[in-house]
Write a protein that binds this ligand. Sequence first.
Ligand SMILES: O=P(O)(O)O[C@H]1O[C@H](CO)[C@@H](O)[C@H]1O
Ligand SMILES: O=c1cc[nH]c(=O)[nH]1
Length: 292
Amino acid sequence: MEQIAESELILNSRGALYHLDLLPEELASTIITVGDPERVRTVSKHFDKVELLRQHREFVTHTGYIGNKRISVVSTGIGTDNIDIVFNELDALANIDLATRTIKANPVSLDIIRLGTSGSLQADIPVDSFVVSTHGLGLDNLLPFYVYENTQEEGNLLEAFNTDVALVEGSANPYLVSASEKLAAEFTNGFFKGITVTCPGFYAPQGRVLRGALANPQLIDDLTTFGYDNHRITNFEMETSGIYGMGRVFGHHCLSISAIVANRIAKEFSKDGAAAVERLIDHALRVIAVLP
Ligand SMILES: O=P(O)(O)O[C@H]1O[C@H](CO)[C@@H](O)[C@H]1O
Ligand SMILES: O=c1cc[nH]c(=O)[nH]1
């Protein structure tokens, strides 16, 4: 087996992963990711027992139990560049022998669920509601750096998107990956479902104008009206495509669920986004605690 060099698989003085500062035994196989480091505590306050608290940079991890279910909650910070770091290091903790620096013979699949916030692109998906992402459609540039495969359905959907949604040349190289069907089947009651567009920014890449003019002024209209078969785009945010994409690369089961804090069609923002996130966490943990 080929050894992974010290410059590629980087371990700190504890022998832990470079950015997450975690050892393999400190990570559960059911993982919740959140963008905001402070949201980690909002999740772990529901744990019956917390066995590990760790922080390095914006990456905070709490590992503990709800009943018999061992869960880690990890903050990713914002954006798919951070998802690249977090997912490579989570996967290394599970599937690389850190002592020998070799890939383990029988890789394991983790269950990874994002509990985040998002902006709605549909008038009928109001602020404070919850959306399960059936697909992550990336306008960011992470996944094209990896080798991965698309299903026929994903290829068709992406082709339809590229035909219908014209982005100014050079602004994006869209990609699309679907959610874990196994996990999505557990989250049905109380959730809208649809395609989530992941953007490489919060302002112009999501059609927001403060002082910078938009190169793609028709973006929101095009995303809102896009349809293919029975699919539509429900929302956008900044991590889902990277999560689904890295899940595909490594063979992990991934699901992204968002509390809607903005409705870009009604031009509304939630009066209490923190309360919506608390409700989402409460609801999702009831399901996660009893995942098979
Ligand atoms: O609330 P989180 O999980 O960070 O998710 C959303 O909020 C951030 C932008 O405000 C981006 O990370 C976006 O994806
Ligand atoms: O509009 C929004 C709200 C939350 N997060 C985003 O990325 N966009």
